[in-house]
Write a protein that binds this ligand. Structure first.
Ligand code: IPD
Ligand code: CA
Length: 278
């Protein structure tokens, strides 16, 4: 089903995303002060999931089901539901779980309402309303398609920088040895082209920082739809663009680039030959 994307619906969805992400963010902070419990690991021994990831996801899914029964769910810790409305919520209950475990204040709740769009991103979906909430800093990044992006209610925009040599670039690393080895090789080639590199540890937060110009651009190989869905809408509504490895590949299959148009395009040119290795 294709939903009628009226302004009223889009604004209803962004209000819901901000309310639920704030509530979940406050809950994960409260759980953290009571002590972190690592509940298991996923793709490798260092890819951990905490009790807070799971309980926040349950809370978010229940809140969405109560407000909008019939919407679909696709969430990092395993909750899924088919959509009967054409809207599917893509959820990362804690993006930056390793930061959460260590008490580094760069973890976010990311909630995005998405619709099917085969050309948009690697998962064939695009967000129309989203919230990314960092509870440690009380930063609420939100975006609604056609209505811009906001940080705590104020409009945000990416950097005006056009030279990669003057740019602060964020990236991230996956959890498997093979992926990390490739990412390290690529970074060793790229780093002389940049002002410097940041590895902040939350892809959703990286994308929001592109959106508000704290960093110039971001790239990563192998992030998942729940990592990018919310932050990508915040970045693009702010005025950044997202790119994949080349013109025929949407962002996220498997390369994800975000930045102001000139910088994102320069990054794509540098990254394309390097990512063909794997
Ligand atoms: C991770 C973070 C990290 C990125 C990884 C993601 P998680 O998500 O976004 O910055 O580099 O690729 O898997 O595991 O903290 O939800
Ligand atoms: Ca994540």
């Amino acid at each position: 089903m294709t939903p009628d994307l009226s302004p009223a619906l889009i604004l209803e969805l962004v209000d819901l995303a901000t309310d639920i992400s704030r509530e979940a963010g406050e809950e994960i902070l409260a759980l953290r002060s009571a002590g972190v419990t690592v509940a298991g690991s996923k793709s490798s021994a260092v890819d951990v999931v905490t009790e807070a990831d799971r309980s926040a996801e349950e809370m978010i899914v229940a809140a969405i089901a109560a407000a909008r029964p019939g919407d679909g769910i696709f969430a990092e810790e395993g909750n899924t539901a088919e959509s009967t409305t054409g809207i599917t919520w893509v959820i990362d209950p804690i993006d930056g779980t390793v930061n959460y475990v260590y008490g580094i204040p760069a973890f976010c709740v990311s909630i995005a309402a998405t619709v099917a769009d085969p050309q948009a991103y690697g998962d064939g979906r695009r967000a129309i309303a989203a919230a990314v909430f960092n509870p440690s800093t009380n930063e609420m990044f939100s975006a609604a398609e056609g209505f811009g992006a906001h940080l705590n209610g104020e409009p945000i925009h990416p950097s005006h920088e056009t030279q990669l040599e003057q740019s602060l670039i964020a990236t991230g690393f996956g959890y498997t040895r093979e992926r990390r080895a490739l990412q390290g090789r690529i970074l060793s080639v790229l780093i002389p082209h940049f002002r410097d590199i940041r590895r902040i540890g939350s892809a959703a937060y990286d994308l929001c920082m592109v959106a508000c110009g704290r960093i110039e651009a971001y790239y990563e190989i192998g992030i998942q739809p729940w990592d990018w869905a919310g932050g990508a809408l915040v970045a693009t509504e702010a005025g950044a663009i997202t790119l994949g490895a080349h013109a025929d590949q949407p962002a996220g299959t498997p390369l994800f680039i975000a930045g102001p148009p000139e910088l994102a395009t320069q990054l794509q040119t540098l990254l394309y030959p390097l990512t063909r290795e794997g």
